[in-house]
Ligand binder design. Structure first.
Ligand code: ADP
Length: 387
């Protein structure tokens, strides 16, 4: 009988594991709060409950051989007692422990000698004192230490008044204060580690965000080799240090001096790796399953010269399935359209994505093509702004 993999979280990441699971003969059992969540459609069984409910994860454990994560907003302490009872988590819980809180993540990097933006916990400072610690100057970034995603909980702030209004509006949140990095580009890489200790690292890609949300990923051969090597080395160090079994996403800032600073690690598949579904021999989703099921690594080789991935973000409150727009997107040459089947669109919500694979040898031509295709996709997807 094929293995049964439990997945905590049933969003689009778990949904995209569906095809790989099917091809590998693996059944997915998903823990997710709503019947309408994307991965329910591909799961053999579903535990309908909150991500952080460890009792639901105990039920999940009864139905599967190993549990992995598509969402890290878990109650790690409560899961700990399941691990003590023999429930197998991949990655193991101690690999998640330093990563779930953004402040702890920063401290973890600092202890490993990995460069990050300057940071400090806001916690001990009075909430009515919005002045910055002496080593900081505006602009700064305030980030919710936990449960931030897609830029929710991340605020770029230019004055003490702006800081005060964030503190006033969300008095219950614990904040991380960070220096604003005037980065040249944002880069990202997916890397997986296997039971035998081997590590595979996918190509380093460029991510582009608007309002702190990723809108595009460019997979192009124009990342300088020494920069790519820095990214790969950081990924290897972190995966080995934490003895990870599974796949992690790494996000970086590239400074004007060619230095990489780690922004964030996601202990799971990641938006910056969606291109692997169509552009690589083994997708990030298959790689995660291969790692957690004790299989050998799949090839990370690209099957095209480059790729561009564009997120289809919600731009209104609606229950539309946007069929017309999706059909138009499918007509773009070499386009692969993924629609997550969410029942409600909200501004900024990730509803789907499009990857277009590219051919050609000339790096600057590939970049121009990728830019033009991204503009095309966005002009089909987003309503035009009338002047
Ligand atoms: P989330 O976990 O919500 O994705 P991130 O910490 O990754 O939040 O931040 C989202 C985006 O905000 C980043 O991709 C980047 O564009 C911007 N950002 C975050 N931190 C900084 C920083 N210290 N300096 C400059 N930009 C930042």
């Amino acid at each position: 009988m094929g293995q049964r993999v439990g997945v905590v979280g049933g969003g689009q990441l778990a949904w995209m594991m569906g095809k790989a699971a099917h091809d590998l003969g693996i059944d997915l059992v998903v823990q997710t709060p709503k019947r309408s969540d994307p991965a329910v459609a591909v799961a053999a069984e579903t535990i309908l409950d909150a991500i952080a409910n460890a009792e639901a994860t105990a039920q999940l454990a009864q139905q599967c051989d190993v549990i992995t994560f598509e969402n890290e907003f878990v109650d790690l302490e409560a899961l700990g007692s399941l691990a003590e009872q023999g429930v197998k988590f991949a990655p193991r819980l101690s690999a998640l422990a330093p990563l779930l809180d953004k402040y702890h993540q920063r401290q973890f990097f600092r202890n490993l000698g990995i460069a990050t933006p300057e940071f400090e916990a806001w916690g001990d400072r009075s909430r009515s004192d919005s002045s910055l610690p002496p080593s900081f100057q505006f602009p700064v970034v305030l980030k919710a230490r936990r449960h931030g995603y897609d830029g929710q909980g991340t605020h770029v702030l230019r004055s003490a008044n702006e800081v005060q209004s964030v503190l006033d509006n969300q008095p219950e949140v614990d904040w991380l204060l960070e220096a604003f990095v005037p980065f040249e580009r944002e880069l990202a890489v997916m890397a997986a580690r296997f039971a035998d200790g081997s590590v595979v690292v996918y190509p380093v890609v460029e991510t582009q965000q608007e309002n702190q949300v990723c809108c595009r990923v460019m997979v192009l051969p124009d990342v300088p080799t020494d920069v790519a090597q820095q990214a790969e080395a950081i990924a290897q160090t972190v995966l080995n240090e934490l003895e990870v079994i599974g796949i992690f996403g790494f996000e970086f800032f590239l400074t004007a001096e060619g230095r990489l600073l780690v922004n964030e690690i996601a202990p799971r598949t990641h938006n910056s790796g969606h291109y692997t579904l169509d552009a690589c021999k083994t997708s990030q989703f298959e790689q995660q399953l291969r790692a957690v099921c004790g299989l050998s690594p799949g090839s990370i080789q690209m099957c095209c010269a480059g790729a561009v991935m564009v997120n289809l973000l919600g731009f209104e409150l609606s229950q539309s399935d946007y069929q017309e727009r999706r059909t138009a997107l499918e007509r773009i040459a070499n386009a692969h359209v993924y629609w997550y089947g969410k029942t409600e669109a909200r501004p900024g919500r990730k509803l789907g994505h499009v990857t277009v694979t590219l051919q050609g040898k000339n790096s600057s031509k590939l970049r121009r093509n990728a830019d033009a295709i991204a503009q095309d996709v966005e002009s089909i997807w987003y309503p035009s702004v009338s002047s």
